[in-house]
Design a protein around this ligand. Structure first.
Ligand SMILES: Cc1ncc(COP(=O)(O)O)c(C=O)c1O
Length: 360
């Protein structure tokens, strides 16, 4: 049975190495997983309580999701018609491709960057147009110059996965002014809550009023809900309506909805996590700098290191029980990406790194 030719050369998404697989392989008690940019702490306490309370009702399909939409809209000072929920931010990216891309359309993105932009475009027969980063951040001048009459979507990932750099508020505003309104600009702010750099703007507050801007957020990172899959886009009501047509039924599960809603009440926990991450990231940056490892400027919960052969170092670290992400699939084979973990996880990474860097 022949599938659509557009997907002939695609390979299934390769997630970071699972900790359980490595535990089995090595027979080690403790595996430190710093490969997938998850928050190192579990769900917020209120989310854990809400999940427990929701469990007996899981024989029912999820309710419509109105509460989550209302709460998110209120948080951003918008109406619920402006919020498009998804099975993770990734689900919203998939829906954007389904709703807006046709064969021959071009999708602009920085590169290296989040692979879903490319994969979702290819699945629809659209053409990904990678624009090289500048110092680990999106080069918005080069992106604006790459817009053609075929450009349909332009992704801006800030902080960028996998390098960690941000675009400044001024550069973002200039880019949005330069790009024609017929191009949907998708600002992926999956790591927004971690950022403390004042050059970074809250793209929802600054730009959600524009008719061609979608801003993505997720509960997978600082909120510790990656396993549940819930994210959202803020977009013009007309775009949200189009995304609604292509969404799968019940694509955000009931546990995901209740956990997300409960998480929104605990601002102090968010602030604690942001500050813990910042302290630990700075410590990691210092320790890696002391070992003469070259790092890209980092603004979120991960660092990207130039190590020569990323796959070889990742394999050596794995043998020490530490999972980091080699970046060949992201277009950066000389790099590894290391998620900021809890203090003892970061210590374990540094110890494993020292052993891995020793001559054999
Ligand atoms: C830049 C970026 N966007 C989106 C996502 C997807 O997030 P979610 O777990 O909400 O699908 C990720 C996940 O790593 C990411 O790094």
């Amino acid at each position: 049975m022949q599938a659509r030719p557009e997907i002939a050369d695609l390979r299934p998404y390769q997630p970071g190495k699972p900790a359980s697989a490595l535990r089995r392989e090595l027979g080690l008690e403790r595996i430190v997983k710093l490969g997938s940019n998850e928050g190192p702490r579990g769900p917020f306490p209120a989310a854990i309580e809400a999940l427990a309370a929701a469990t007996p009702g899981l024989n029912r399909y999820p309710e419509g999701g109105a509460e989550l939409l209302e709460r998110l809209a209120a948080r951003h000072g918008l109406t619920p018609e402006r919020v498009a929920p998804g099975n993770g931010a990734d689900g919203v990216i998939a829906n954007l491709a389904l709703a807006y891309l046709r064969p021959g359309d071009e999708v602009l993105m920085g590169w290296p960057s989040f692979v879903s932009y490319r994969l979702s475009a290819v699945k629809m027969g659209a053409t990904p147009i990678p624009v090289p980063l500048r110092d680990g951040s999106y080069d918005l001048e080069a992106m604006a110059a790459a817009v053609t009459s075929a450009t349909r979507i332009a992704y801006v990932c800030s902080p960028n996965n996998p390098t960690g750099g941000i675009v400044s508020g001024d550069d973002l505003a200039a880019f949005l002014d330069a790009v024609p309104e017929r191009v949907l600009v998708v600002i992926d702010s999956a790591y927004h809550e971690y950022v403390t750099d004042p050059a970074h703007v809250d793209a929802i507050a600054a730009h959600a009023g524009r008719s061609n801007v979608v801003v993505l957020r997720t509960f997978s990172k600082i909120y510790g809900l990656a396993g549940l899959r819930v994210g959202y886009g803020v977009a013009p009501a007309a775009v949200v309506a189009e995304l609604g047509k292509v969404r799968g039924p019940f694509d955000v599960s009931e546990p995901a909805q209740v956990a997300a809603v409960a998480s929104l009440d605990d601002e102090p926990e968010l602030v604690r996590r942001r500050s813990e991450n910042q302290g630990e990231r700075r410590r990691l940056e210092g320790e890696l700098g002391a070992r003469a490892v070259k790092l890209y400027p980092a603004a979120a919960n991960f660092v990207c290191a130039e190590v020569g052969d990323g796959a070889a170092l990742a394999a050596r670290l794995e043998r020490e029980g530490v999972i980091v992400r080699p970046l060949a699939a992201f277009g950066a084979p000389s790099c590894v990406r290391v998620t900021v973990g809890l203090p003892d996880e970061n210590d374990a990474f540094l110890t494993a790194l020292d052993r891995s860097l020793q001559p054999a």
